[in-house]
Design a protein around this ligand. Sequence first.
Ligand code: BEZ
Length: 211
Amino acid sequence: MTLRLGDIAPDFEADTTEGRVSFHQWLGNSWGVLFSHPKNYTPVCTTELGYTAKLKPEFDKRNVKAIGLSVDELKDHEGWSRDIAETQGTPLNFPLIADPDFKVANLYGMIHPNASDRFTVRSVFVIDPNKKVRLTLTYPASTGRNFDEILRVIDSLQLTDQYKVATPVNWKPGDDVIIVPSVNNEDAKKLFPGGWNEIKPYLRVVPSPKR
Ligand code: BEZ
């Protein structure tokens, strides 16, 4: 199954390191980051999960819940969690789904058979409070993801949901933003009374409405 932006994230029930989770109910009114990694007790995955645990205060600030997945048994998650705490300096503080029968992995298209039919690729789904998929990412097993980038995209999504702006290349929170093309200049005057820098009629740069 290919999930596309704007699709409703499929609901599921699964065992996790924090008990049985009913996904939509667990998300509640939060944003979600659902991410898979290939296998427990592997080095890159260990660093990714440790770093994600360190980011918890940043996720909390943005009303985001993280949840990981691998196609291992729950009992294997427990021993590996101890290793993560020991080697990465932060214990797991978000649930890790045990998906040994590939139920969730198949629902979300996390198995790419021509890469591996036994392990999930490194998928990321950012899901908004309406349960819509807002970002998908797929990385190969050998490349650890940049979770700071995932936070940056969430910052952009949350800003652009609130204001009629888009974020330019390499944008960081606080940087200038772009007035979306669907807003004409007359409306832009009301929305951005401080004015903007019109580089081209379609490229109108304004200070971020949220500094
Ligand atoms: C890792 O997490 O280190 C890893 C997993 C599968 C293939 C290569 C690396």
